[in-house]
Design a protein around this ligand. Sequence first.
Ligand SMILES: [Zn+2]
Length: 452
Amino acid sequence: MIRKLIFIFGVLGAHAAFAQALVSNADREIVFKSVNVIPMDKETVLKDQTVVVRNGKIIAMGTNPKISSGALIVEAQGKYLLPGWSEMHAHVPAVDDFTPMKEVLMLYLANGITTIRGMLGNAKHLELRAKVRSGEVLGPNFYTTGPAFSGQTVKTAARGIEMVREEKAAGYDYLKLLPGLTKETFPGIAKTAKELGIGMVGHVSFAVGVWAAIDAGYSSIDHLDGFVEAITPGVDTLAEQETGLFGTWIAYAADTTRIPKLIKALKDKNIRVVPTQAIAERWLSPLPAKEYANDPDLKYLKAEDVKSWMNAKNGYNNNPKFNKQRAEAFVSIRRKLILACQQGGVELLLGCDAPQVLNVPGFATHHEMKYLVDAGLSPYQALKTGTVNVASYLKKPDSGTIKTGNVSDLVLLASNPLENISHTKQIEGVMIGTRWLPKTYLDSELKKLEKQ
Ligand SMILES: [Zn+2]
């Protein structure tokens, strides 16, 4: 997976000039007039509201709040204003050049995503984070992991401990764990992370297993990694390669009566779960590659990179272990696990792991919300995974909902997403802090990012 990601990061690089932020309206009021507000603190639509924003905060809201002369008025009658979404399993190119990084940030912003957690960071990402915070670079609020902990980077327990100390000292927000950690290397990483107060996020190594991961207090387990293995009888007799990515090859034999124990363990330890279901529903789906060939999202990739994704998709479908029923069972058991998390009080965080086979940054997050609804969440619950749940996770109580005093990270939609989750794609504009980015601007930025 890592190699694939690094490769695909070439994809979003290159020429498109990155238009620097629209004028920051720090001191100017921006007013959303006569808008339907979906505040997200409860499932409701507040009709015909006027929302006043200034200096990156919502300063007033109601049917007739006071508006300064000189305010920028956004006529929003009939439209819907929501908190911007968070993408908690994002990837930003780990390169030296800021240009491809900025392009990816724009793909996220143009899709209404106002916070991202980069899941494979390097020192350049710390610089990028500073530039986003200072306003020098236009992008979503940016959190980042450091270089990943894996079988390649952590050969000994001592090195694992040392790497935790290095990454904490460098200022990364989280530690990214990849596969390949062992019963020797994992405990020292977990213990040191806990001592230093930095969260472990990402994969669960096969040799570690989800029970030890839960016990160690992961901050978030991503991809439902280790879940299928934990509920499938006889896994202890199999080698890692036999189980497949996220338990693809064994999911058909999963025992759903084992799900409640897993959910309770996650809940008791308050571990967040980032499903990245879009990987399963697209790359690891029963459908053949050709079904995705005309996906409009793919125009943001170069032809050669689309080809490599199609090869990866074909590689899965052509694996001797693949058959349609198994792939269906895999997708279906993951939907059950997601719904069980939701119903069992495990907080889901929105994230889809783009760029990853057939998942383009920003656009894939909208697919992910739909897949959460397909799994049995209501549209409101799906929207919460990217707003309210993230605010709680990041301990940012002034975000994730729309009310006076909260940050003005907002998305304006043409239609109500509570009625149909696909309406999240009907973006009329995005507000990030002090900047209002109307649809015309976002469309022109997206046009520049098309690669074919
Ligand atoms: Zn990832």
